[in-house]
Write a protein that binds this ligand. Structure first.
Ligand SMILES: [Zn+2]
Length: 93
C-alpha cells in the first residue's frame, strides 16, 4: 500500500529498477542487485560426438534455481520476484 506512490511514477512497462525485459520484476532480496542474476534453465542442445552445437530456447520458472551475481545469495526465482501485484493491476487497468 505504502509503495503505491513510487510505483505510480512509472509511465511505461518498467519495474521500480527500470527493467522492462528479462529482468523485469526481479531483484536480489539480499542486496538489491537488479542488473544481472544467474538462473538455472532447461533447454535443448545439439550434441555431437565431438562436442555440442547450438542450443534453443531456455525455459525457467518461479521454481528455478537463481543466484545473485553480486552477493551470491541463492534461492528460487520466486525469491527474487519483486512484489508488484499492485503494479500489475495498475498496468492492466
Ligand atoms: Zn545480491
Amino acid at each position: 500500500m505504502t509503495s503505491e506512490k513510487e510505483i505510480a511514477n512509472s509511465d511505461d512497462d518498467r519495474d521500480r529498477n527500470g527493467n522492462s525485459n528479462c529482468m523485469r520484476g526481479l531483484e536480489c532480496p539480499e542486496c538489491g542487485e537488479s542488473e544481472m542474476v544467474r538462473v538455472q534453465v532447461n533447454t535443448l542442445m545439439e550434441l555431437f560426438d565431438n562436442g555440442h552445437g547450438d542450443y534453443f530456447d531456455c525455459e525457467w520458472d518461479e521454481g528455478s534455481y537463481m543466484e545473485c551475481s553480486s552477493c551470491d545469495y541463492n534461492g528460487t526465482a520466486k525469491d527474487f520476484r519483486i512484489d508488484e501485484e499492485k503494479e500489475m493491476t495498475k498496468v492492466m487497468r
